[in-house]
Design a protein. Structure first.
Length: 217
């Protein structure tokens, strides 16, 4: 039996609670912690933040949230490769094989977590703009999850293509990934990335009300 959309928050919370109880009580980075424990902790964290969290009062399209959450690592990996490519085109158009260029090209992230906040904010703006809570009929044989995944992926790629035209955005992504160990002010880079979201969509993140539309004079 399929659960109703209105039941999803409680079901998700129960799922997270069950997974949490399965985790062996050891420090997170303990060598003794099993792969299953690490997966459960990671799943609990990302599920709590990106599915249960509400960014605005009507942020209740849980199917769309699940679709976006499931694509987080894939789309962020693609974003990082896109940023590296654009940065090299601007700063190394001749393709010189210097140490700085090699550092950027060869970088493979151990974790994409520094980019999670940007991804979740952009996903929330998408839901604010396009995430109608009412499920529409899908006539081409796809289920809603697949439809949401395809539409969100297309929007994410289009929007980040636009962001990548700005050098400040490229530098911010690199500061949070390639150069993160050297950067003490990672929060500044994260703020610069979120600035592109707010400016592009003319919204702001209100402390109490969440996402709100900016008033245009």
């Amino acid at each position: 039996m399929h659960s109703k959309a209105s039941d999803r928050p409680a079901l998700l919370q129960n799922m997270v609670r069950r997974l949490h109880h399965k985790v062996t009580p050891r420090p997170f980075f303990s060598a003794e912690r099993s792969t299953t424990d690490q997966y459960n902790l990671y799943f609990c964290k990302t599920l709590c933040l990106s599915v249960i969290r509400k960014f605005f009062p009507l942020d209740k399209n849980y199917l769309l949230k699940e679709a976006q959450s499931g694509l987080q690592d894939t789309l962020l990996t693609q974003l990082l490769e896109k940023v590296k490519h654009h940065y090299q085109l601007i700063h190394n158009p001749l393709g010189l094989n210097d140490s700085f260029s090699r550092q950027i090209s060869a970088f493979q992230p151990q974790s994409l977590e520094p980019l999670f906040n940007f991804y979740q904010n952009l996903a929330a703006v998408y839901r604010y703009k396009y995430g109608d809570n009412q499920l529409e009929f899908v006539w081409d044989g796809r289920d809603h999850q697949e439809k949401y995944q395809l539409e969100w992926t297309a929007s994410f790629e289009e929007w980040t293509d636009g962001f990548c035209k700005h050098e400040l955005f490229l530098q911010a992504v690199l500061d949070l990934t390639v150069f993160l160990p050297e950067k003490r002010h990672a929060q500044l880079a994260e703020s610069r990335m979120n600035h592109f979201i707010l400016k592009h969509f003319e919204v702001k993140f209100h402390k109490n009300r969440g996402i709100v539309q900016m008033k245009v004079a």
